[in-house]
Design a protein around this ligand. Structure first.
Ligand code: ATP
Length: 251
């Protein structure tokens, strides 16, 4: 299969032309290893895209570079039109906190804080108190209203991930990056988490980029992009579990 050098994922299906995230000729090398090899891609606003590929194909590197957690060796990454490469560390940190949401496999909640404090953390770190109405809305959406005074260790894995999703959404970020968010969850709990991400795209026009190994999780997306050896090699629109598995076989 030949490498695709450009593409528009997900949100193109909605007719939106606004770009949430773009990568242009992005490379990331570690010594001799080309973890990302000339990747050019755009994520349209309001789309839900899954990123799949074999182990070592560059998925985490892709997510880290696209979200500003890491800097590419060369190339340009823009979030909401802002060139991340042109920002100093303080501005990049602020951009990540205010305009980008993150959800990780291991939840990454602060153990000493209760659920409400964890959800409000991006705002507290920025020196602002959460708006009570916004907090109530997000807490209601993830179904944790009766757990606000609990610490993470007192919650199930699914509840912890729902708290992490609320934390990712509290600032109304334009894009949410999720790295294997369902890998530690059972199928039913995984569905709850994926439904929340789907709703974030459908109801509030947020852009979702989901790295996953799981065809079922990928089938919740509008589109799947496949990475192989640091390059985007395929895209599948309107994915079904069977279609994802079939494409996967051909990678
Ligand atoms: N910090 C690093 N130092 C050296 N090599 C790295 C580093 N991070 C990633 N790599 C290499 O870059 C390539 C892509 O790694 P990456 O973690 O992005 O793949 P992945 O698709 O996310 O893999 P997995 O599904 O196993 O998590 C691999 O060859 C990996 O060994």
């Amino acid at each position: 299969m030949t490498a695709m050098t450009a593409g528009t994922a997900a949100g193109s299906a909605t007719g939106s032309t606004a770009v949430a995230v773009s990568l242009e000729s992005v490379r990331k090398t570690y010594g001799d290893v080309r973890a990302l090899d000339d990747v050019t891609w755009t994520f349209a606003r309001g789309g839900f895209t899954a990123v799949m590929g074999p182990s070592g194909s560059g998925k985490s590197t892709f997510l880290h570079c696209a979200s500003g957690l890491d800097r590419p060796t060369s190339g340009t990454v823009r979030v909401g039109g802002v060139d991340l490469g042109g920002l100093g560390e303080a501005k990049r940190t602020r951009m990540r906190r205010e305009r980008i949401g993150f959800v990780f496999q291991s939840f990454n909640l602060v153990p000493s804080m209760d659920v409400e404090q964890n959800i409000a953390l991006p705002l507290l770190l920025g020196g602002t108190e959460p708006d009570p109405a916004r907090l109530a809305e997000v807490v209601g959406r993830v179904g944790l209203a009766d757990r606000l005074r609990h610490r993470p260790a007192e919650l199930s894995g699914g509840q912890q991930q729902r708290a992490a999703i609320a934390r990712a959404l509290i600032t109304r970020p334009e894009v949410v990056f999720a790295d294997e968010p369902t890998a530690a969850l059972d199928p039913r709990t995984s569905r709850d988490v994926l439904r929340l991400l789907r709703e974030a795209a459908d109801a509030t026009g947020q852009t979702i980029v989901l790295v996953t190994h799981d065809p079922m999780a990928a089938s919740w997306a509008d589109s799947v992009v496949f990475l192989s050896r640091g390059r985007i090699v395929d895209e599948l629109a309107s994915p079904t579990v069977a279609a994802v598995m079939s494409r996967w076989e051909s990678l």
